[in-house]
Structure formats: structure tokens, C-alpha cells
Design a protein around this ligand. Structure first.
Ligand code: ADP
Ligand code: TRP
Length: 327
């Protein structure tokens, strides 16, 4: 890894199986950017603890996400892969940030407001989520953070927090820029809403052929017959085709929708075929990697070592700046 490359960090919570929306919206960018940035990608397991409170489940989800990262093509020679909890310095930094952050400021965060609006039980970890995220980023003097649009506010909080610290204690942290790809659209789920684990409308990234078939066959359509003209923009099957069916097949399909002559059954079968071609190579790679637990764990361990040393160096500076280190 060369020194003059810009730095990049991002993470995903190990809270459930990733779907094709997570992949196209966020995870694919990690792979596409790993040649051009000095990249670190982590498993946000401390963040997951705000909602997953079951030892066995958390252990499984952490391991599975590590396998997923490798299966989508993150290359440990290019990207440092690690577990957030292997870097306890971020929790230490989050505490220091807590002490310069006001409650009303954090009460404006969307995730907190949503949870409150839904009368959910809100633990202190969830309330403090954006501050831990700020620590994840700022501790590494990061240039860019690739995330989906829904994380924009969290990045603003990270930047504000770094700015505030710099103002109080002197220039310490590089302020990160969000990297939100404009062209990354929201992938719709099988019911036409945003694809999301919370809506049970997903097509899993590593789904089996049977699961793909079941998900696609379950997409609701109107009752138009084969010969009737159909508006592709109004059809949930077609909107998924726009992500998984390549040209010229996609334009042909659009014409057949508009003219009439294709039924939903045929359209679904084509989508199943194309989804399957998209998913199968990653799924097969994943199956192989998952068998080598020792290899996967060694990647995380190595990554953790490198990142921990980097974070400790920064924390030395922070402790000194705030007055915790006596000379
Ligand atoms: P979910 O809504 O399924 O729980 P997460 O909140 O865990 O997904 O999101 C993880 C990442 O995937 C985020 O960066 C988010 O922006 C992105 N993402 C989630 N759903 C979609 C979608 N349907 N289309 C595009 N990107 C998505
Ligand atoms: N909050 C992010 C999500 O829900 C996960 C995350 C935690 C993260 N810490 C981060 C992303 C630091 C980027 C940088 O998707």
C-alpha cells in the first residue's frame, strides 16, 4: 500500500444477511475503490450490540460478514479488514467525544428520532451511535467514507465532532468527506418499496437458486394478459430488471412491455435467470471461503493488529492534547 493514496474507511453492522440492495448501494463501492484508496473496511460489531444481544447470534453474524466481505472481492492485500471491537481505542475516543457533545445535539439525529417516534426502547448505545461512528472515522485521519445516502447525517455529526474537538483542544483530526455516489440508486424490494431487511422484501446477496425463484415468483403484478401493452415503469419486476438485466436485452424487454407480447411469467423467468447469473459466482466463492474458518479469522486478526497500532498512535496524541498524559 502506498503512502500517498487517499485514505478510506467504512463499515457494516453484522445484523443480518446482506441483500442485493446493500451490495449495489454500499458494499460494491468498497470493492471498486480498493485499488485507488488506502482502504480499511470493518465489521461494526460494537454498533451491532445496540440491537443484537445474543452471544451465539453475534458470533455467527460477525463471522458471516467477514466471509461476505471476502466473497464480494475485498482483497486483504489491498484492503485492511478488521473487527471494530479489536480496536478498543475507538471506545476510548468515543468517551472523550461524549464529554464534548451535548444531549440536545444528539437528540436531533434521525435514527434516535425514528426510534423515539416508534416508541422503541432506546438504549444509551443507540443514542450514542453517531459518536462511536465519529470515533471510528476520526481516529484514522480519513479522507473519504463511502456510505449510502441514509448515513449522510452520521457523517455530518462526525465532521462536527472533529471540528469541535479541534476548536477546544487544537488541530488534531482530519475532517472526512462523505463519499455518496450520486448514481447509486435505491434498489427496490419485491414489494416495490426500498429493499430493506426491515421490510422482508429482500433478495439476499448469496441466495440459492431456489430462494431467488421464490422471491421473484412472489412479486405481485397486475392482471394484464400476455398480449396487452404494459407500462414498464409501473411494474415491480421490470424495475428489478433495470439493475440485473444488461443491454441490449433490457431495451428489448422494455419494447416488448410497451407493445404487448410478454407476460409477467416470462419476465420473471428472465429476471430469475439474470439474478442467478449475477449471484452464483459470488455464492460459490462464499461457500469455499466459509469452509476455511482459520483463514477468515487470521485475516481479521492481522487487520486488527495493523489498525490497533495506528489507532493507539493517534490516541497517544489525543490523550496528550486533552491533558490525560503527564510528562
Ligand atoms: P437495511 O435497510 O436492509 O437494514 P442497512 O441500513 O443495514 O440496510 O444498510 C447498509 C448499507 O446498504 C447502507 O449504506 C445503505 O445505504 C445501503 N442500502 C440499504 N438498502 C439499500 C437499497 N435498497 N438500495 C441501495 N442501498 C441500500
Ligand atoms: N452506521 C453504519 C451503518 O449503519 C455503519 C458504520 C459504523 C460505519 N461505523 C462506521 C460506516 C464508520 C462508515 C464509517 O451502515
Amino acid at each position: 500500500m502506498t503512502k500517498n493514496k487517499k485514505t478510506l474507511i467504512s463499515g457494516v453492522k453484522p445484523t443480518g444477511r446482506p441483500h442485493v440492495g446493500n451490495y449495489l448501494g454500499a458494499m460494491k463501492q468498497f470493492v471498486d475503490l480498493q485499488d485507488d484508496y488506502q482502504s480499511s473496511i470493518f465489521i461494526a460489531d460494537l454498533h451491532a450490540l445496540t440491537s443484537v444481544q445474543n452471544k451465539k447470534e453475534l458470533e455467527e453474524r460477525i463471522f458471516e460478514l467477514a466471509v461476505d466481505y471476502l466473497a464480494i472481492g475485498l482483497d486483504p492485500k489491498k484492503t485492511i479488514l478488521f473487527k471494530q471491537s479489536d480496536v478498543p481505542q475507538v471506545a476510548e475516543l468515543a468517551w472523550i467525544f461524549n464529554c464534548i457533545t451535548t444531549m440536545p445535539y444528539l437528540m436531533r439525529a434521525h435514527a434516535f428520532k425514528d426510534a423515539e417516534a416508534k416508541s422503541k426502547e432506546i438504549n444509551v448505545g443507540l443514542f450514542d451511535y453517531p459518536i462511536l461512528m465519529a470515533a471510528d472515522i476520526l481516529i484514522h485521519d480519513i479522507d473519504v467514507v463511502p456510505v449510502g445516502l441514509d448515513q449522510k447525517q452520521h457523517l455530518e455529526i462526525a465532521k462536527d465532532t472533529g471540528e469541535k474537538f479541534n476548536r477546544i483542544f487544537g488541530e488534531t483530526f482530519r475532517l472526512p468527506e462523505p463519499y455518496i455516489l450520486e448514481e447509486v440508486k435505491t434498489v427496490p424490494g419485491t414489494d416495490g418499496q426500498k429493499m430493506s431487511k426491515s421490510y422482508k422484501n429482500t433478495i439476499e446477496l448469496f441466495a440459492s437458486d431456489e430462494e431467488i425463484k421464490k422471491a421473484v415468483m412472489g412479486i405481485p403484478t397486475d392482471s394484464k394478459g400476455v398480449d396487452e401493452a404494459k407500462n414498464p415503469e409501473e411494474d415491480k419486476v421490470f424495475s428489478l430488471h433495470t439493475f440485473f438485466t444488461k443491454e441490449p436485452e433490457l431495451s428489448d424487454l422494455r419494447k416488448r412491455y410497451e407493445k404487448g407480447g410478454i407476460g409477467y411469467k416470462e419476465s420473471k423467468e428472465l429476471l430469475i435467470k439474470n439474478l442467478s447469473e449475477f449471484i452464483a459466482p459470488m455464492r460459490e466463492k462464499r461457500e469455499k471461503i466459509a469452509k476455511d474458518r482459520a483463514y477468515v479469522l487470521s485475516i481479521l486478526e492481522e487487520g486488527g493488529k495493523v489498525i490497533r497500532a495506528q489507532a493507539e498512535k493517534k490516541m497517544e496524541e489525543v490523550r496528550e492534547k486533552v491533558g490525560l498524559k503527564l510528562k
